[in-house]
Design a protein around this ligand. Structure first.
Ligand code: SAM
Length: 235
């Protein structure tokens, strides 16, 4: 009998190529089909790993239409690997629709542990890590204020992805909606040569980044409501 196929989500480095895992390399070598968000970006990584295989393009503009035929390919017995440009697929990246399609059709899905930007940012922030919410990217225009308003009372640590062009705007809005004293941490270029981690209140970081417009990739970690206060007030 043929081996059943499987979908494996394979995290790839968010900067430092040495962060690829042994298992990721093994799966990419063994895969019958590799889906990549941007084949030009991923072919550089493949070349670095010495893997010469055709990459199939799988991005947010075709993922919806492609799900059925990709699930059929796996049902035929193929081992399919999914990678995105950086980090863990399906985390603010294409993947969710294919995972759901596989589950609906009884196809096994596995995700290798590996690089992602949100966890190192949370861990290094110095803010409570026991409970957190991942908010991904805030809406750029419509719905942004409503989202912020809804988050004002959130007591868990919040993790956001943001573009360098909107970092100062986001910090200004956090000060406006959450209060200027909320503790915050901005992580820039994690695992890369110019990695930078800045901690302070949202107001302090807003002023800093207004004066120092940032470049690169950014995660913002914001303390939940009440996180700036002591845990217990003693009589
Ligand atoms: N799938 C990825 C993951 O697992 O983190 C996220 C992909 S999302 C399209 C890209 C965003 O992730 C960037 O805009 C930035 O917010 C964050 N990011 C990715 N690499 C980063 C890095 N090296 N340093 C800081 N943030 C990073």
């Amino acid at each position: 009998m043929n081996k059943p196929g499987k979908l494996v989500l394979v995290p790839t480095p968010i900067g430092n190529l040495a962060d690829i895992t042994y298992r990721a390399v093994t799966v990419l070598k063994e895969a019958d089909i590799i889906l990549a968000e941007d084949t030009r970006v991923s072919s550089k990584l493949m070349h670095h790993l010495g893997i010469e295989k055709k990459l199939w393009s799988h991005h947010k503009f075709n993922e919806h239409k492609a799900v059925r035929s990709l699930v059929e390919k796996i049902l035929e017995g193929n081992l399919m690997a999914l990678i995105s440009d950086a980090g863990t697929p399906a985390i603010s990246d294409p993947g969710f629709l294919l995972v759901r399609g596989c589950i609906e059709n009884g196809v096994e899905v596995e995700c290798l542990p590996g690089p992602t930007a949100l966890i190192p940012a949370l861990a290094v922030s110095g803010l409570p890590t026991d409970k957190f919410v991942f908010e991904g990217f805030l809406p750029q225009k419509k719905g942004r204020q409503k989202r912020l308003l809804n988050l004002a009372g959130e007591t868990r640590t919040m993790v956001f992805y943001e573009s360098p062009f909107r970092l100062a705007k986001a910090l200004g809005q956090f000060a406006e909606f959450f209060g200027s004293e909320r503790p915050c941490c901005v992580c820039r270029e994690l695992s890369k040569m110019f990695e930078e981690v800045k901690r302070g209140t949202v107001a302090e970081l807003y002023h800093y980044y207004m004066q120092h417009p940032p470049k690169g990739e950014i995660v913002i970690v914001v303390g939940g409501a009440g996180s700036g206060e002591p845990d217990e007030v003693q009589d």
